[in-house]
Design a protein around this ligand. Structure first.
Ligand SMILES: [Mg+2]
Length: 430
């Protein structure tokens, strides 16, 4: 193990090009190959086997798909990614707003890695890119957002080549329509004002399910505990149930605000009013404390939007810290990595619902991902259809009908971004 680690560091210091020649399994392989994994936790061998399984259906492509260009394009604060193959295939993705600060990582530390690579090796590339230029040190949104933007463009291109939707490239289609819950904020507002805003959001999107915020904003300091009207949580949990009745599905998110003791107290209140999950009851990286809360409560504990490590999810799943995993398709670096998390959860009867971010067309990426989930939650995060992106979708009205949105069925992303809108964008240079 020590030798491997030394080789790993030496290769990294030698520069990105050398690092890309490392074998696939360098990153995290020690634990996967170690006979001691089962001794650490009897669930680990099964989870490690899942992590080794490829996600992209490479068999759909007979010939190599060599990436010739990969561009980040910008117009008026919005980003697009365009990938082209040597054979003239093209894919587009819509970037996350976070690229306004993260674009240098895209152009300096990711773009050069992908040029000349065979897109069919996407699983492998998504492991190696963490080693290239020691990118793993940027783990989290810093790496995940630009990486996911690239992956989505590659999947769009591959989908257009194979005439398959993104969901069909990463799994079998389990859901042609995605049931959504209305995500709401307003934790800093008084109860009455919150309630009016929540009612408006539910009505606007015809939602059959709703998530509210509980607690105040995270975290860690004493004085911030005073943020938000006092007693709001204890009032709003029953009030929302009384207001919307028994039929609506309710969820709650604490964004890591509570101590273990407080989380258990609030969790019991959520149970009393039949909420369906309790998201991030304590700080996201307090794994053992998350497990303490989960062990004490009947309501499923959900989390994962801040998690950046496959191995982190492996612990949370194997140790029953989470009952519901919520990788963010952008923050976590794309759908392939997120699908590995979903598959690990599925192996032990746990559900997956991606955290949704991204403004642009984030909800579309969420829907394609969910379409291929065998263990999808009953409802998925939705924040509305508003976007600056000009596009056409021929296969879905992209509206909420009976609490659900139809997943586009065309190839790739299933929508056509207006070519005139694309032309307005300029390439972002290193
Ligand atoms: Mg959340």
């Amino acid at each position: 193990m020590e030798t491997n680690r030394r080789q790993f560091i030496r290769a990294g210091l030698a520069g990105g090009v050398a690092a890309t020649t490392l074998p696939l399994s360098t990153y995290g392989s020690q634990a996967r190959n170690s006979g001691s994994a089962a001794a650490l936790n009897p669930k680990y061998p099964k989870l490690d086997e899942i992590l080794k399984q490829p996600v992209l259906k490479k068999e759909l492509f007979a010939a190599p798909v060599i990436i010739e260009t990969l561009e980040l394009l910008r117009f008026d604060g919005n980003f697009l990614c365009r990938v082209r193959s040597t054979d003239g295939a093209e894919g587009l993705s819509v970037g996350h707003g976070g690229l306004s600060s993260l674009y240098p990582i895209f152009v300096k530390r990711l773009q050069p890695f992908f040029i000349g690579k065979d897109a069919r090796d996407l699983d492998l590339l998504l492991e190696k890119v963490y080693i290239y230029s020691l990118n793993f040190r940027l783990s989290g949104m810093a790496l995940g957002i630009p990486l996911a933007t690239i992956e989505f463009a590659i999947l769009d291109m591959l989908g257009r080549i194979a005439n398959k939707s993104m969901g069909q490239l990463i799994g079998d289609i389990h859901h042609r329509r995605v049931p959504v819950y209305q995500a709401t904020e307003y934790r800093e507002k008084p109860v009455e004002e919150s309630l009016e805003l929540i009612k408006r959001a539910v009505a606007e999107n015809n939602a059959h399910a709703l998530k509210i915020k509980v607690g105040a904003l995270m975290f860690m300091t004493e004085d911030i505990h005073a943020v938000g009207p006092k007693g709001r949580t204890e009032t709003i949990i029953p009030l929302i149930r009384e207001t919307f009745g028994d039929d609506i599905a309710l969820y709650a998110d604490a964004n890591g605000f509570y101590s273990v003791e407080e989380a258990i107290r609030v969790g019991r209140l959520l149970e009393k009013y039949r909420y369906r999950f309790f998201e991030e009851p304590v700080l996201f990286d307090w794994y053992e404390e998350t497990k303490q809360v989960a062990d004490a409560l009947a309501i499923p504990v959900a989390g994962g939007e801040q998690e950046y490590s496959l191995h982190g999810f492996r612990w949370l799943i194997a140790n029953d810290g989470l009952e519901i995993v919520q990788p963010d398709n952008y923050y976590f670096g794309g759908m392939v990595r997120s699908m590995k998390v979903a598959r690990m959860a599925d192996a032990f009867g746990k559900a997956c619902t991606p955290h949704m971010s991204g403004g642009g067309l984030g909800y579309l990426y969420m829907m394609h991902f969910v379409s291929a989930l065998p263990n999808a939650c009953a409802h998925h995060e939705f924040k509305g259809f508003r976007t600056n992106v000009q596009f056409e979708c021929k296969t879905s009205a992209l509206s909420v009908v009976d609490g659900m949105v139809k997943v586009p069925t065309g190839p790739g992303l299933g929508v056509d971004i207006d070519p005139d809108y694309v032309k307005k964008h300029q390439p972002v240079k290193a």
